[in-house]
Design a protein around this ligand. Structure first.
Ligand SMILES: [Zn+2]
Length: 477
């Protein structure tokens, strides 16, 4: 049984999907005007882990993530770059997927990746329903959502943030907008075209055209409805999206169709850099490329999993270096499991396997407690490593653990299956055997030669007091 923390109820709840074995997830995707920073990437690692876990638990999962390819920033920066909006956003969309693929978030796994510019019809339909219900109004060619009318028609605004409307300071939290508004809380659904060279789409309402482009919030309401229906199961995003973005998504969908947008909202916390908010002015604004100086992209994935998604993740150079070391240790461990050759049927470890299996599944099912799941894995790795070094683990036992680690990596996504297998090449296995033989024969010259060979292949081989050589992976070559 999976329990998740639902921002709508502020409680950990048992997860009950709408359909028996099918789950729909919607994740607010990137605005493609720049590289995704590591705070954004953390949000996608979280959503991907949720997706992986649900699949692992036997659900058919439809995961939808949008691409915001039209908004103020994309328009502003494409103009600056002197290229079309399409060319500009496609470039950053490509870079985004390159980044997340490095984190083992596979583009092919998404059910749909809707782009705002391809959903004008759906967004306009939604806006029209809101206009018909008079929850939206037109002013100076733009269309706004009327929060007071929404409340007057029996809805509650502020389901996630628990805003006390009576004490809510009007205008305090709403994003600055150049357009005139009747009410500062009202947000824009459709922005009128401002300049002649600005990208815009026709929007005909009762025979009159309102050229413009969608507001940001309307995208997610329209695209999630089209691809998943309402309510869908889980909406994910960073805590920074709770207000106003998700609050406004809820208002749009409920205002138009009198149905909740989603049953569960799951939000991941911020990422800090050296305990400070990441910002360009502080010079601590990192994208994936910046941090791979300290470790592989998958080390960042591991780092993200080491902190619970609802806790602030404090990124430091040291934490990344440590994650790299930890990841390399797991890789080494998996390789060692494959190299165990001891025969025998005696089973010393099934109790250990059962324990770690149970701890892992209990931790993950408890609101995706990846730190607890990882702690249990580290503990079992230390124990098994010791058994291997002492020559006590047999091939059959080693295989059981190998299978277990590959199985749970379907949730963790640390690349244990894809990264490792091709690397266990027969050359290495052959060299290990030669090394062992040379040890027995006290043939030090051959051992030296093999050590050099290993170094060239990116490994270090050394003697242990138990007679079984220890092989250390030195890093990707
Ligand atoms: Zn969204």
């Amino acid at each position: 049984m999976l329990k998740v923390y639902n921002t709508l109820t502020r409680k950990k709840e048992e997860f009950k999907p709408r359909k028996d074995k099918e789950v729909g997830i919607y994740t607010c995707g990137p605005t493609v005007y720049n590289h995704a920073h590591i705070g954004n990437l953390r949000a996608y690692v979280f959503a991907d882990t949720l997706f992986r876990y649900l699949k692992f638990a036997g659900y058919k999962v439809k995961w939808v993530m949008n691409i915001t390819d039209v908004d103020d920033k994309t328009i502003r920066d494409s103009k600056k770059a002197g290229v079309s909006l399409k060319e500009f956003t496609e470039k950053y969309e490509k870079l985004f997927f390159e980044d997340i693929e490095k984190l083992n978030i596979n583009k092919k796994e998404f059910f749909k990746i809707p782009k705002a510019t391809k959903y004008m019809k759906e967004m306009q339909e939604l806006v029209k329903v809101l206009l018909d219900k008079e929850i939206a109004y037109i002013k100076d060619g733009s269309i706004y959502f009327n929060i007071q009318k929404y409340i007057d028609s029996g809805h509650k605004y502020g389901k996630l943030l628990k805003i006390d409307m009576a004490n809510f300071k009007r205008g305090e939290r709403v994003e600055a907008d150049e357009y005139e508004k009747e009410n500062v809380q009202d947000f824009v659904l459709w922005k009128a075209k401002k300049e002649s060279n600005e990208p815009s789409w026709d929007f005909k309402i009762e025979g009159k055209n309102y050229p413009g482009r969608p507001g940001w919030h309307i995208e997610c309401s329209a695209m999630s409805r089209k691809n998943l229906g309402n309510p869908f199961d889980i909406h994910t995003g960073g805590v920074d999206l709770i207000f106003p973005h998700h609050e406004d998504e809820i208002a749009q969908t409920e205002g138009a169709y009198d149905v909740p947008i989603a049953n569960y909202f799951m939000h991941n916390e911020h990422l800090l850099v050296e305990n400070q908010k990441m910002s360009k002015s502080l010079g601590n604004f990192y994208v994936l490329e910046d941090i791979t100086k300290f470790g592989k992209p998958l080390a960042f994935r591991l780092l993200a999993l080491q902190t619970h998604y609802r806790e602030k993740l404090n990124f430091t150079k040291d934490s990344m270096l440590q994650a790299e070391v930890a990841l390399t240790r797991v890789y080494e461990f998996i390789r060692k499991l494959l190299w165990v050759e001891k025969t025998g049927q005696k089973d010393r470890v099934s109790f250990l396997l059962k324990k770690v299996e149970k701890e892992f599944s209990v931790a993950i099912a408890d609101d995706l407690s990846t730190p607890r799941a990882l702690a249990s894995l580290w503990e079992s790795i230390a124990k098994i490593n010791k058994l291997i070094d002492e020559g006590l683990l047999n091939k059959k036992e080693a295989n059981l653990f190998y299978d277990f680690f590959l199985k749970i990596d379907r949730v963790l996504g640390l690349g244990l299956d894809e990264v490792l297998q091709p690397k266990i090449d027969p050359t290495i296995v052959g060299l290990i055997n030669k090394y062992k033989k040379a040890t027995v024969n006290k043939d030090y010259e051959t051992k030296d030669k093999i050590r050099t060979e290993f170094n060239k292949l990116g490994y270090k081989i050394e003697d242990t007091k138990y007679g079984i050589p220890r092989i250390t992976f030195l890093g990707e070559k």
